[in-house]
Design a protein around this ligand. Sequence first.
Ligand code: AMP
Length: 177
Amino acid sequence: MPLDLKALVRTIPDYPKKGILFRDITTLIEHPEGFKESIERIASQYRGRGVTHVAGIEARGFIFGAGVAIALGVGFIPIRKKGKLPGETIGQNYALEYGVDTIEIHADVLDGNDKVLLVDDLIATGGTAIAAVGLLRRTGASVENAAFVIDLPDLGGADKLKAEGVAVTALIEFEGH
Ligand code: AMP
């Protein structure tokens, strides 16, 4: 029987604030087959498709993105919060519920010959992923695919990414928010 990845995600109500159902992937990655299977199921969708790099969004996107990069035999690009990368960077602002955040990549890491797969643990409203796609595309690289472990489809993020020309896959969906 295939492993039930959804059953390995723990849901914690009212974290980080009241009304949020936090989908906690620490229980999935702590499970040896669950972690390996998540990486393999994502990677198997992108083999032989010319992906040159996997980009993962800090911090949980690093866990899955690094594994997928190794499985595909390509390099990994960390998309970091502002001020963490040592070299010359380019950055992208995006709106949070309260305020603005900035993500950055090294300015010289990609060029127009590159084809990037974006990876994160979860897509909700899509704000973070859309900012990441915009940032990666400013280097000239193409970003046609994004892979998530979890999609919350009712929040519309995957649809927004599709409208930006990015095909979205997710291993697990949860209704609601
Ligand atoms: P968004 O920009 O709204 O798509 O939010 C995506 C980011 O916020 C991801 O990096 C997730 O790790 C985190 N996130 C948003 N909602 C949840 C949730 N219900 N459970 C766990 N993480 C979440």
